[in-house]
Design a protein around this ligand. Sequence first.
Ligand code: ADP
Ligand code: MG
Length: 299
Amino acid sequence: MTLEPERPMVEIRGLGRRYGESWAVRDVSFDVRRGEIFGIIGPNGAGKSTTIKILAGLLAPTEGEAVVNGMRCDDPRHKARIGYLPEESPLYEDMTAGAYLRFFARLYEVPRAEAQRRIDSALEALQLDEDARDGKKIGDMSKGMRRKVAIARSLVNDPDLVIYDEPASGLDPVASAYILDLVRSLARRGKTVVFSAHNLFHMERICDRVLILRKGEVVALGSMKEIREATRGTQYVATVSVPIAEASPGEKGFEVTVESLEAVKGVEKRALDAGGRLVEVRTKDMTLEEIFLRTTAKA
Ligand code: ADP
Ligand code: MG
């Protein structure tokens, strides 16, 4: 028996979106596999929200195709199966979290008992206490708490795919670490997660694969390992026994960081010329942050 390869959860092909004369994103293609945590990263204006809104079926592409779960993103059946968190989520200020979530569950026609179960479990996972559920009005909540309520809302329809636009942005480190942990637990429960970020806080640790956008174009795509290979994100630290130019003192001698094995040979030659020798060579993987700064800074 042969197993058919499973169709990816998200299939984006040659996607482009234009506003007037300028393209917000252009020629963007990627897949997201089922159960994967997929990060879209890039500086402000890179096209993250545009891509995410197209995925969520809120914005029509100018060119190309966006398919989720085998359905085009503008298909209403698709929208019923996703959980979308916008960059800024307006909430009903006068409602309590519990009332607000029950209201959305009714919109999605979730049976009452099931809705209460999901709401309780989301609020518990988000550590919103009794007061936050049914005492405090949303308008009186902190920014972090409001974000949690918006996330709980994205889960009331028990989506297969969650699409979160900068879920942790603007939150203090504790609240953002909390939300990123939640993202992981959603993936453990079998959901596919696509989320964006303009900084790299925890992205490397959390994402299975990432897409790096800059000015609407793809600059890198893949697992950290693949991105390192593609962007030459591996460096070599050569330790030599003598202080040659650009070397800095290290534990076993003087260290020079270079980006290829040829360059290591050059360092060795300079050490020999100075009467010393090559002591050791270590590889050092660049962090996602270093790769990001390098790929997004290119003119
Ligand atoms: P990001 O979320 O990465 O910050 P966006 O997708 O919001 O980026 O924006 C990408 C580009 O598209 C930016 O140059 C932005 O100014 C432009 N853009 C986004 N929305 C609109 C709009 N409604 N009208 C005109 N330009 C827009
Ligand atoms: Mg944005």
